[in-house]
Design a protein around this ligand. Sequence first.
Ligand SMILES: Nc1ncnc2c1ncn2[C@@H]1O[C@H](COP(=O)(O)OP(=O)(O)OP(=O)(O)O)[C@@H](O)[C@H]1O
Length: 653
Amino acid sequence: MSQEPINKQTREFQAETKQLLDLMIHSIYTNKEIFLRELISNASDAIDKIRFESLTNHDLLEGQSDFEIFIVPDESTHTLTISDNGIGMTYDEVVENIGTIAKSGTKSFLEKLKEKETATDNELIGQFGVGFYSAFMVSDKVTLITRAPGQAKGVKWQSSGDGTYTIEEVEKETRGTTIIITLNDEFTTADGSKENFLDRYTIENLIKKYSDYIRYPIKMSFIKEEKPKDEEGKVIEDAPATQTVEVRTLNSMTPLWTRNKNDISAEEYHTFYKNLFHDWEDPLKLIHSKAEGTVEYTSLLFIPSRAPFDLYTQKSSSGIRLYSKQIFIMDNCQDLLPEYLRFVKGLVDSPDFSLNISRELLQHSKQLKLIGKNLEKSVLKTLENLLTNERPTYEKFWKEFGKALKVGAYTDFQSRDKLKDLLLFSSSHATEELTTLHDYIERMSENQKVIYYATGKDRASVERLPQMELLKEKGIEVLYLYDQVDEFTIDALQEYKEKKFQSISRGELNLDDIDSPEAKKDTEAILKENESLIKAIKEHLKGKIADVKISNRLKSSAVCLVSDDNGISLSMEQILSEMNNTMYKASRILELNPNHDVFTVLKDLHEATPDSEAFKDYCDLLYVQAMLIEGLLPEDPISFANKVSNLMARKDK
Ligand SMILES: Nc1ncnc2c1ncn2[C@@H]1O[C@H](COP(=O)(O)OP(=O)(O)OP(=O)(O)O)[C@@H](O)[C@H]1O
């Protein structure tokens, strides 16, 4: 670094940051007081970091190891100052962390906010940490002065939230970060405004409410007015009062999880959760447990009420924090819970971990694996109990996180078995209700050999499938799969309680009466009788389909497209092609309904002139019809449209 300080520069915020600041300033969030919680949480994180790093590099502390956060309200300047002696930031870190939005969650938050479809602003904003920028909700100007340990110079950053900020190097004696908020007039006087953030009593209450558990003292000075006392210790009433400054610690610093769970109220748990994980809503469920024995730990886990927007993107990280004897080691501790449970938030505190354990070592630690196993077990047990005893709550959970469990059952071989009883599906059994696989089996008749399922984008499109008609008529229940992952999950499970899964659009239907030897004989007879017709259709559609069959699954529709039992299904082919993977193709089988009038027309056309244009057009039209029913687009829509038009104008011969 050069000796000369870097002079003041004015820089522009990144476009997305500007957008976020605009939202803050124009105040979409009514609960403005949370700005203090956010800044204190940042300060506490910064102290956590230096505390941790100083274990291996004591010099970082620069001789100052009493960690603290200090708050100074100043009536004369209308400022509120929050200082910490944490890790601070270098010049580049300030630019990186404060001028840009690096977090994908924030980006997707902004996108969602633009759409404004799913929730109100308050709900949305509550779902992600508004962080540092929340200071702009209450201020005209924010100044940040910071110095990282070992750096000769500090950095001063300042902005009025108007799209630009200034940054320069400055002298700063002590390590850490000081944030000076110049409060907007609205927040400096008690009259006419809801909040006065210069009022010590207000600040004290806010700290109690949001930041009581913070592990470092949050201090503020109070002016104490006292009348002097005489030699006997009696107050001298007529003497003028003297003012003394008294520094008080505002928070109790007792980590909630170390307390006895019978002494903790639901509200305390919820406030703790909301503060630590920046959620706006209470958690759906919490699990607080202590384990002693081979491995000793306390865990406090929360199942949120709502899934974050980025849960299913790869960037989403685990929400588990690791502590050792109440000292923070790391957040996003991925190895504690399997990937599919990454929506679970919480913490683990175990004296069995050394504080300076590296992520790499941790990954291989036996204790971590053991704790992880127990945590997974207790989350699944909690979900099982919810499913059995609190079905509406479980369904609420399922709506938010069901997909995570389905992905788990598909990708996590070891957990598949544990997850299968927790899965819910729509089915033909009841319109509004979801079913477990267990309940499906319970309702099955003794003769039913397999569990039927159908895929489609929603209930209406599945119910319109021609293949459904027969099953409905026979009163056979069919699971409806709407989610892309569903079919992968079903494929991975293969069977449930020894009943295999069977797509209604694949292979044989395995229905007793239609697959009976007599029915088979019938189909074979029709096939034989129409051998040359079938051959001609197959020949004409060569390259598009693998086979033509006489169907035993159609009632009133003329055709349907199915795939065989090997390889992938048609719906999976579509999913893969949406992911730009066109390597895998389902083998298409065109099934014809021999009882449909179209079949007779086709037969007559073929018998009259085996290779007439009309016959070929009819084959094409039937094929495209079958594709459309499956939600597939015709390869040549113009030719299809022309053929339909010709038919409508009865120009075909
Ligand atoms: N007091 C501080 N000391 C050191 N670094 C800080 C401080 N405040 C903020 N930062 C840095 O700025 C970054 C951005 O802060 P911001 O509050 O916007 O988000 P965050 O804390 O990362 O996320 P979230 O608020 O969602 O937990 C932090 O990750 C941290 O690196």
